[in-house]
Design a protein around this ligand. Structure first.
Ligand SMILES: Nc1ncnc2c1ncn2[C@@H]1O[C@H](COP(=O)(O)OP(=O)(O)OP(=O)(O)O)[C@@H](O)[C@H]1O
Ligand SMILES: [Mg+2]
Length: 196
């Protein structure tokens, strides 16, 4: 087994699920955002976006070295695809109905503009597209977490990782075509109102 990436838009439940998966597999969870800050694996702080711009080469080297020294781990990150392909078993992208994501991020007290940006990313499958672009279709799977508790999502993740839950390759979650029209309309209105 190699490292397992758990990706997805902020707030979809990556850390919660990654923690459960790491416990079940008995391997550590690595919270990449935290590592980037603690080890200063960034090039600058983007004042406008309020986030660090990661030093991709430094992050890749860190993860490669970590894998060489400790072996497999669960990589908890919304940009899990920066990990070198050769150390990754798979990347599981957790998806969440954008309306539910709005509720989650509002509950966190985030600025509306930041919420709208992230909800738009979820609506448009940005984390999946980024991972597929970097790693290819075969290494990237998705799980819809909507209406499932974290335990269920974690056990589904384990099933897809170990191949006993058949998930058709190339099958992708697409909220634009899957959401009922009124619900999609509400999400689009939210984004339009707050994105600026
Ligand atoms: N399957 C779930 N059902 C309901 N609530 C959940 C589920 N998974 C996580 N949560 C809750 O949603 C919130 C966000 O979860 P979590 O911190 O794991 O997300 P994250 O993707 O790691 O976010 P970030 O990208 O900001 O680190 C938490 O309050 C968590 O308890
Ligand atoms: Mg997290």
């Amino acid at each position: 087994m190699k490292a397992i990436g758990i990706s997805g838009t902020p707030g979809v439940g990556k850390s919660t699920v990654a923690e459960l998966v790491s416990k079940k597999l008995g391997i550590p969870r690595v919270d990449l955002s935290r590592v980037v800050i603690e080890r200063r694996l960034y090039t600058e702080f983007d004042e406008v976006r309020g986030s660090y711009v990661i030093d991709e080469d430094a992050v890749r080297k860190y993860l490669r070295d970590l894998y060489s020294s400790i072996g497999p781990f669960v990589l908890d990150s919304h940009y899990a695809e920066v990990a070198p392909r050769e150390i990754l078993e798979i990347v599981v992208v957790i998806r969440l109905d954008p309306m539910k994501l709005i509720d989650r991020l509002v509950a966190r007290g985030w600025p509306m503009r930041k919420i709208a940006e992230n909800v738009e990313a979820e609506l448009l499958s940005v984390p999946t597209l980024n991972a597929v672009e970097e790693l290819g279709e075969e290494l990237v799977l998705e799980i819809d977490s909507t209406g499932k508790n974290a335990e269920i999502v974690a056990s589904e993740a384990l099933s897809v990782i170990f191949g006993d839950l058949p998930i058709e390759l190339g099958h992708r979650i697409d909220w634009l075509s899957q959401l009922p029209p009124e619900r999609l309309e509400r999400v689009l209105r939210f984004i339009e109102t707050h994105r600026g």
